[in-house]
Design a protein around this ligand. Sequence first.
Ligand SMILES: [Zn+2]
Length: 412
Amino acid sequence: MESKNTADQAFVREMNLSSVLRLIFNEAPLSRAQLATKTGLNKSTISSLVEDLLDRQLIHETGINSAGTGRPATLIEINPKAGCIVGVELGVDFVAAVVTDFMGSILWRKQVGADPAAAQEKTLDQTLALVQEALVACRDVNLPILGLGLATPGTVDLNDGVLIFAPNLHWHNIPLRKIFSEPTGLKVFVENDANAAAVAEHLFGTARRLKDFIFVFAGIGLGGGLFLNGQLYRGKNGYAGEIGHSPFAMADSLLTPCHCGNRGCWETYANQYSIIQRVHARLEVKRSSVIPALMAEQNAPLSISLIKLAADSGDQEAIDSFAEAGAAMGRGFAGLVNIFNPEKVIMGGPLSVAGDYLLPSLKQTVSKHSLPEIVQEVEVGLSAFGRDASLIGAAAIVVDDVLANPTLVERR
Ligand SMILES: [Zn+2]
């Protein structure tokens, strides 16, 4: 019995440590008295928990609050130098790595192009080389490493850290945790890119303190991070949020094939490729546009950045192509709004660079196709991190684990 009681006490203490740490993370600077009021725990318990977190260097004292009539109180906040984190995003056509502090500020970053047609081994070797560079950067900033987070497209087995299936990479069953923990000795977390981005938005971005929001990662595919009732919604097997593969079109449109093997998925009408296709179709009917001249000048194929450049110069074909894709995005967003009644829907990832051109038609479509009483409460906007949403997300999942399990922190 006694050992069970001890285990219960340890569990309660870990829960209390975590909730105090999260409170400080979300609302600092706070005094011990404020922490006691907000948690309902007594002052001596709070003092002991705060001491523990101070010893672990996860928080620090930051000056005195002498405002008001009460006794001046020492304020507490998160220690950004609690450690550094390596975040890695496996994109479809790039690999990026970042080193952040405990508050998500970027200390170092690097991105390299990756060939989607290349062998898995090649891309994984490229990624590992990038991680080794990030580890050197961590040593340069002289902070212990709290862990390595990997954000990947596709479905992920969180417990084993295995990428189950990424349609746009054509990758199956890749044991990413094993591949990255063995050579680095780090604690490795693997998460779906949109889920990781949702965690970043919640911890560091535009969804701080929101309990219900949806993150849409828009790029080569469309992925969803469903943050519901204060946490990520994962579904039975952890694969929830594959919104891009919602069956979208009927009849003729069924002809649009998707990388998942199906036809007519939502993302095929609203992803990067769909925008490029829209522009191609317009150019084929010889509409007047600066795009062919830009392609010749840059000696480059049609890309989102080139179409964005054309739109910035006032090119109507570019602007209209974005607007059409924005409307196609909006139909899917409207579905999400009607189903989940979120406070906010946030778009991030590569396509968010064209947010100014996508959002007007997107929002208009959401208004048109969502129920009035739901849509009037919802905000649709861009991620605080733009195309880096999942990269910062990769670091955020490590921070989130520290917040959840402060006594299990490993520093390397
Ligand atoms: Zn699909």
